[in-house]
Design a binder for this molecule. Structure first.
Ligand SMILES: NC(=O)c1ccc[n+]([C@@H]2O[C@H](COP(=O)([O-])OP(=O)(O)OC[C@H]3O[C@@H](n4cnc5c(N)ncnc54)[C@H](O)[C@@H]3O)[C@@H](O)[C@H]2O)c1
Length: 452
């Protein structure tokens, strides 16, 4: 009760303090308090995952789906039929067909799960049509696009939530809880990243569930159709949000703290070509492709309150999956790669790691305790349920979203800024203050509510 009312107070005071959201009564919202009416733009593999979760909720009506590929529409219709719900409006009308969906007055919000290069224009159109926006990672390809998203959200009063699910990972939330209870002391340094062997995703011809072949672009399937091209054209941290989101929340970025500087380095690019040659032979045409993306991109960020952040992007070499988190303070640290924690004076042996699990169980986040059953079976160990839940509850309650437009663009802007820093030979670049000074007064209310 107390937390709910403090969340409401926060939203009110944050909005007043910032003048960021100037929603006039009756101007924007048509949603009812009990249901969120959602439209899905892009129902590829990720969109279908979110659609499936939405169909399982009795407080969501799926009003419309839209895609440009018949195969993805058919797969989505199958999911809808299987759920026992009625087939909603289906839009397949070219690249801008989604704009028809936005004309629908019965729609409260859209979930955007399209390729990255479509996110900004779709978010802008949706906010201008006065819809809540839940957009997949990443949101904004250039710093200019990031600013446009901020200004449009502020002008229209429409919240934009980037659906950064890793902020809701169970161990991440337990560590957030530990940070808030001062277990690690004052936080000095954090790390994260995207360390995921995507070679079979980047070269996927859609013939089997695990990818296959060495094709991409028009001959590819799902992310191989579009994501691989980014590795041909760009050199930077192309996917920073899973790493930065969770640790940014732990050190109050945009809420009493902010990122001030960035520097990035990229290693040589070998992994993708090596994969093509191993899988398809040296004579395959894709063996001649020059990939610009360095195999390991390392980015350092400096924060106003003195912390450093290290991010790594590592998707082109053989390796087991790990987001590489490390959260370190004056009393000790957590590292997820070896699932270990050390707290001075409390760990079993001096200078020795504890298996983290007992600590994580002890500090399990209240939201995870409350919703273990609901999240069970949802994608990525349950965190996908949480991120959709937070969005749906915000839509129903007509509040700002717990991860907001400032988070979306701060986390996304790391990509273009790292590209700039690498291009300039490792020069330090200034990090924009997308909150325009509001970070000084905003409070960190992320995951402090009773419900989300
Ligand atoms: N948060 C996570 O854990 C997670 C996991 C996977 C993917 N993602 C993100 O989700 C997004 C989608 O990835 P995906 O794996 O589903 O890719 P995908 O290629 O399977 O799906 C993209 C879909 O968008 C459709 N599309 C393209 N242009 C369109 C347009 N103009 N209008 C309507 N539909 C259009 C495509 O036809 C395709 O069906 C990306 O941003 C990706 O980074 C996030």
């Amino acid at each position: 009760m107390h937390q709910n009312s403090s969340r409401r107070k926060f939203i009110k005071s944050a909005a007043l303090a910032s003048m960021a959201f100037s929603i006039l009564p009756g101007q924007v919202f048509s949603g009812s308090a009990t249901k969120a009416r959602l439209g899905f733009i892009g129902v590829g593999l990720r969109g279908q995952g979110t659609l499936k979760l939405a169909l399982e909720r009795n407080d969501v009506d799926v009003v419309a789906i839209c895609d440009v590929q018949q195969r993805m529409i058919d797969m989505s219709k199958y999911l809808i039929k299987k759920s026992g719900k009625l087939i909603p409006q289906v839009i397949m009308d070219g690249a801008y067909g989604y704009r028809k969906m936005l004309e629908n007055k019965d729609l409260d919000a859209v979930i955007i799960s399209t390729p990255w290069e479509w996110h900004t224009v779709m978010c802008l159109d949706a906010m201008n049509a006065r819809k809540y926006v839940g957009c997949e990672v990443i949101t904004g390809q250039t710093v200019e696009e990031c600013w446009e998203l901020v200004h449009t959200s502020e002008r229209t009063g429409m919240p934009l939530m980037m659906l950064e699910n890793v902020c809701y990972r169970r161990d991440v939330m337990a560590v957030l809880n530990m940070v808030r209870q001062n277990v690690f002391g004052e936080i000095v340094h954090v790390q994260g990243g995207y360390q995921h062997d995507l070679r079979a995703v980047k070269f996927n011809n859609g013939q089997d569930a695990y990818g296959g072949g060495v094709e991409f672009g028009e001959k590819g399937f799902s992310e191989a159709q579009w994501r691989t091209q980014h590795s041909v054209m760009r050199n930077g941290d192309l996917y920073p949000t899973h790493g930065i989101g969770p640790v940014a929340m732990m050190i109050d970025i945009n809420r009493g703290n902010r990122i001030t500087e960035l520097v990035s380095y990229a290693s040589k690019a070998r992994g993708l070509r090596d994969y093509v040659i191993k899988q398809g032979g040296a004579a395959h045409p894709n063996a001649k492709v020059e990939f610009k993306l360095g195999d390991i991109v390392t980015t350092m960020l400096k924060c106003n309150n003195g912390e450093t952040i290290l991010l790594q992007h590592d998707t082109n070499l053989p390796r087991p999956y790990s987001l590489g988190f490390r959260v370190q303070g004056t009393n000790g640290l957590w590292m997820d790669v070896n699932n270990s924690i050390y707290v001075e004076g409390k760990s079993k042996t001096p200078h020795g790691w504890d298996d983290a699990q007992a600590w994580l169980d002890k500090y399990d986040h209240p939201l995870w305790k409350k919703y273990t059953h609901e999240a069970a079976g949802a994608g990525h160990g349950g965190m996908d349920w949480f991120v959709l839940h937070a969005f749906v509850e915000s839509v129903k309650r007509k509040t700002n979203t717990p991860q907001d437009v400032y988070d979306a663009v701060t986390w996304s802007a790391i990509t273009p800024l790292s590209e700039t820093s690498i291009r300039l030979g490792g020069e330090t670049v200034d990090f924009p203050d997308f909150t325009q000074g509001k970070w000084m007064n905003r409070k960190n209310e992320f995951a402090r509510g009773d419900d989300f």
